[in-house]
Design a protein around this ligand. Structure first.
Ligand code: ATP
Ligand code: MG
Ligand code: MG
Ligand code: MG
Length: 450
């Protein structure tokens, strides 16, 4: 099997470095040794899971208060990459990115009646004048009011797809499992406006297909299941679920046809498929990473979000809304791809793509250590790898120890400069995480591979 090439549509995060990024300088506080907080967290008997443990131990997140974390630099890099892939898929279906305030006026939420319906999950606050606000847990009210206030939308501008990637706030009764269920987290939320129910269904399908492409590119096997519409409301809804034992949703999947549903919608205890009637329903746990809703005119009626039709008459717009749990996807990917003690990222999201290990100080190969920087700069010139290469300069440590750290942090490629680099035609040992293969390549071979 040949290693998978890096996706050139995503590319590296930085500009080519003048001096290489050094592992000894990275702010990754626990640096793999069990951090005090991680140990405390786990000892406290709090339910935990693989991704939470790996992210705490790997210096990817730092607990702040229940359900709130500092996202440390490596996590921010992974998230920036994820957002870039999301942007590409949303732009491909005509999505336009905006950014709405987190501070949401209570007045809008009272109009939709969700000020009371959301109960304790809503973080509420007052400004100095006594005006009430909530910290946005989702933005149907805000975006529909925005549309309504424009007043001049024409049918020619539809479908209109607006989305944002912002922090969301929910006072979860049980924040847990690290980034899987936070009280403050990142969500991509898209809202669609269409001229008819039929057009809204087409948009709904287009977004679902964009989600399929996204998860396919990330290498995550998602199941799309029929779902409940909860307090968001609407008529039609699907969840994108990542099968995993730690998942908090229970799914019923037919072994015979394409029927799959969240048990929230299925008659409980049912084992025969309600669609094909011959298949048996198999139960599994899932992590909800995305959720799509066809809303109809629920919000557009309340806020009077209309467009002008061909006869120049105002008509209430048909809406849909489409969520993706950005920080949840990061943790869920680590959850399902990693082993007990080594993080494995979707290739596109790894915080850094390559780690180079120069020889140990005082070893036979020390003299060829300078090849490391040379190689680093060579790789950084590849458009895919700009800002993506780190040099593990902790040469007081053995190659073995640093290799172990590197495999635990999940660099897709680790390059060892050792004995074989001392030959007249230096060969580099390349470990490819994806297929667990080790190769010996010349510098040219390496540049070609990556
Ligand atoms: P859950 O059932 O897990 O509580 P939800 O159904 O309340 O999620 P939605 O309102 O559908 O969530 O929000 C859209 C997406 O936001 C979800 O599919 C999920 O990926 C993400 N999400 C929701 N709540 C959280 C949370 N507390 N922490 C991280 N991500 C979340
Ligand atoms: Mg919820
Ligand atoms: Mg749910
Ligand atoms: Mg949901």
């Amino acid at each position: 099997s040949s290693p998978v090439r890096l996706d050139s549509r995503v590319g590296g995060l930085g500009s080519a470095c003048r001096s290489p990024l050094l592992v000894s300088r990275l702010f990754q506080p626990s640096n793999l040794r069990e951090s005090k907080d991680a140990a405390l967290d786990i000892r406290a008997g709090e339910m935990t899971c693989r991704s939470q443990k790996l992210m705490l131990q790997g210096g990817l997140i730092h607990p702040s208060s229940p359900g709130c974390y500092c996202y440390l630099p490596a996590t921010v890099r992974a998230m920036e990459k994820l957002v870039r892939v999301i942007d590409q898929e949303m732009h491909a279906i005509g999505g336009q990115k905006l950014d709405m305030p987190s501070l949401c006026s209570a007045e809008l939420w009272r109009r939709s009646e969700r000020w009371s319906l959301m109960g304790n999950e809503l973080f509420r606050l007052q400004d100095r004048h006594g005006a009430e606000f909530c910290l946005g847990p989702t933005h149907e009210e805000a975006v529909t009011d925005l549309l309504a206030s424009q007043g001049t939308l024409s049918y020619r501008q539809l479908p209109l797809l607006l989305y944002q990637v912002t922090r969301k706030f929910r006072d979860e009764p049980k924040p847990r499992f690290g980034l899987l269920r936070g009280r403050e987290f990142y969500m991509k939320d898209m809202y669609s406006f269409d001229a008819s129910e039929e057009a809204a269904h087409q948009t709904y399908q287009a977004v679902c297909q964009a989600y399929d492409r996204l998860f396919h590119r990330l290498g995550l096997r998602c199941v799309k299941v029929q779902a409940d519409t909860g307090n968001i409301g609407g008529k039609l809804s699907h969840e994108f679920q990542l099968p995993a034992d730690v998942g908090e949703d229970t799914l019923m999947i037919c072994g015979n046809c394409d029927f799959s549903a969240n048990t929230e919608t299925v008659e409980p205890g049912r084992t025969d498929c309600p669609q094909c009637h011959s298949g048996v329903l198999i139960e599994s746990k899932g992590i909800e990473v995305g959720h799509t809703f066809y809303l109809g005119t629920k919000y557009s009626t309340i806020f009077n979000a209309t467009y002008y039709n061909a006869q120049n008459k105002p008509v209430v717009a048909e809406m849909g809304c489409f969520g993706l749990g950005v920080t949840r996807i990061l943790a869920a990917a680590i959850e399902v791809l990693s082993s007990e003690d080594a993080i494995r990222w979707p290739g596109l999201l790894a915080p850094y793509q390559v780690c180079i290990l120069p020889p140990k100080r005082g070893s036979k190969a020390e003299d060829v250590g300078s090849l490391a920087e040379d190689l680093c700069c060579g790789l950084e010139e590849l458009p895919n790898l700009k800002g993506e290469v780190v040099l593990d300069d902790r040469t007081q440590l053995t190659i073995g120890k640093r290799l172990k750290d590197a495999s635990r942090l999940g660099y897709p490629y680790v390059i060892v400069i050792g004995q074989s680099a001392m030959e007249e035609q230096p060969q580099f040992e390349v470990r490819c995480q994806q297929n667990e293969e080790t190769m010996f390549l010349s510098k040219e071979g390496l540049l070609d591979l990556l």
